[in-house]
Structure formats: C-alpha cells, structure tokens
Design a binder for this molecule. Structure first.
Ligand SMILES: Nc1ncnc2c1ncn2[C@@H]1O[C@H](COP(=O)(O)OP(=O)(O)OP(=O)(O)O)[C@@H](O)[C@H]1O
Length: 288
C-alpha cells in the first residue's frame, strides 16, 4: 500500500501543481501477502487497488432457512428473531487505473457488481479490503445533485448546482443552459413528482453535467432518455472527456457504450473478466 501511494504521488509530482485538486484515498488494511499494484506512468485519475466490497444484510434468511416453514415456526415458538447476518461479496479484488480523458464503459450481467463499483469509486461504500484513490472529487450522476421530488425543476436546478459547489453567478449563467439541455420546457415550473422517469433522468443528467467534473460516474442515466437525448448526452460526455475529465458509464445498451467509450471493463461475478478496446470486449461479452 505504501508503495502504491508513493508511486501515485510520484506520478502526480510530474504534473504542474494544481492547488484545487486533491487525492482522496479510501483505503482499508491490506490483506496479508498482497503485492503492490504496478502503476503505469501517465496521469491517472482513479486507481482501484484490489478492491473488495461486501454488503452486510441483517436479518436475512440463511440458505438452509429459505422457504422453510418448519424453521420459521420453530423460530416463532422459541420467540427467536432473525439475527443472522448475510454477507454479499459484490466486488472481489478489482484492480485497474483510469486516466484523464478516459471514458470507461462497464458491462456485465445483472448483479455482476457494476453499480457497486461506481458507488465505491464515488466514496459512498467503504472498501472491505483494498483501496480507491481518486484525483479530485468523483461525482455519481443523480446522487451528488440530490433532487427532491416535491420541489419544482427550477428549485432542483438551483439547489443541485449549489450542491455541486457552484457560485450564485455560475448558477445564473448555467440555469437556462440546463433547462434547454434537459428539454423539460415549461415543466421546469412544476414539482418533479409530475415528471416521467425519462424527464427526471434528463434533468438529472443536465444538472450533473453542467459542471466540469474530474471524474463523472454515470449509472444507466442515458437508458431512460429518448434517441435524441442520448445523442446530446453522448456529445456532452465527449466534451467532458476533452476537458481532461474521466467518465465511467454503466449502461445495458452496448451501442451507447461502444459509441461513447474508449475502453470497456467487463465485470463478471464481481471480478474483471476483460478490460480493453470497446469492440474487442463487447464482442467477447456478446459471445460469452
Ligand atoms: N444494498 C445492497 N445490499 C445487499 N446486497 C446488495 C446491495 N446492492 C447490491 N447488492 C448485491 O451485490 C451484487 C452486485 O449488485 P450490483 O447492483 O452492483 O450489480 P449490477 O451489475 O449493477 O446489477 P444490475 O445490472 O442488475 O444493475 C448483487 O448480488 C446484489 O444482489
């Protein structure tokens, strides 16, 4: 771990000092015998080092109890609760380095750990083991701009922009652009509870992408928009990449990934099965 941290600071040392940036580290104690990650030179934005994420579900039935009425009755008669704790090992030793300008698509079957990985990079889930190092503040689309259903689109835009750290002047400058990009028109004056799921997703994307992000994490947000909005969103993602950010994109629509990303990571049962050129990885994923 110390080796990795040293190498990261050496890589950062090659670049001009940027006081606005920081390196956030979400480490956990190394498992014994772990080898340090071999970090290639360049300008990494995210380093995921042998990351393990484990969910703990309290009160969950163990496998032997599932659907077993006798067990349920016995527990009831003995006045036993269900204290069992079940662990779900969602991400199992994932390691990779993302660079400035990367747009990385993450593919995998349902339950393979895609959303969990994004949430861990965003710092929303603590590692069980391993670590995530990020250069700057990662933003998970739709979470950082925490929108409130009972408030109007207008209020959500203003609050969402403030939540992302914009100044009042920046909010004023960006407001109309966000409304136009989202395409929600006069609905902006109505509470978000009146929006369709597609409209909500469009507004969320418009707010979140109005700010230049160091690391933008997008989880299926493009899936709900229509074709026209998807095209606009892809253009916005390209802009973010060009402004030297890094984008992670989870989408079940492989066309979106292929058209938007320069690299694809295939997760299978919590592990990386393949990491590389979008065409090659998607072809292998479609076969396997
Ligand atoms: N809050 C949670 N509590 C317990 N287990 C969870 C939780 N969230 C996810 N899991 C489990 O972790 C594993 C990975 O889930 P995750 O949502 O990351 O997969 P995914 O690849 O994003 O799936 P999908 O394509 O269906 O969205 C699954 O086994 C899932 O059941």
């Amino acid at each position: 771990m110390a080796e990795l941290t040293k190498e990261l600071s050496q890589v950062k040392g090659d670049r001009p000092a940027d006081p606005g940036k920081d390196v956030r580290v979400h480490p956990n104690p190394d498992p014994p015998g772990k080898q340090p990650l071999d970090v290639p030179t360049g300008t990494p934005t995210v380093i995921v080092d042998d990351l393990h994420i484990v969910y703990r579900v309290y009160g969950a039935a163990s496998d032997s109890e599932k659907g077993n009425a006798v067990n349920a009755l016995t527990r009831l008669l003995k006045r036993q609760g269900r204290p069992q704790m079940k662990e779900v090992h969602a991400v199992k030793g994932v390691t990779f380095v993302a660079y400035h300008g990367d747009a990385i698509g993450i593919v995998g079957r349902n339950g393979s750990g895609k959303s969990t990985l994004l949430r861990a990079i965003a710092g929303l889930l603590p590692p069980h083991a391993g670590a995530v190092y990020t250069d700057g503040q990662p933003s998970l689309l739709g979470v950082n701009a925490a929108l409130m259903r009972e408030l109007t689109g207008e209020r959500n835009i203003v609050l969402g922009c403030y939540a992302m750290g914009m100044t009042p002047t920046e909010v004023k400058e960006k407001y109309q652009e966000i409304v136009d990009f989202s395409g929600i028109d006069e609905f902006v004056q109505l509470p978000m509870s009146t929006y369709s799921s597609g409209m909500g997703a469009r507004l969320r994307f418009a707010i979140s992408s109005a700010k230049t992000h160091d690391v933008l994490l997008i989880d299926e947000a493009l899936a709900t928009g229509d074709r026209e909005f998807r095209k606009k969103s892809e253009g916005r993602i390209r802009q973010i990449r060009e402004s030297a950010g890094t984008v992670f994109l989870v989408a079940h629509d492989l066309r979106v990934i292929e058209e938007t990303c320069n690299r694809v990571i295939w997760l299978h049962k919590g592990k990386i099965k393949m990491d590389g050129d979008p065409k090659e990885v998607i072809a292998a994923y479609n076969k396997g």
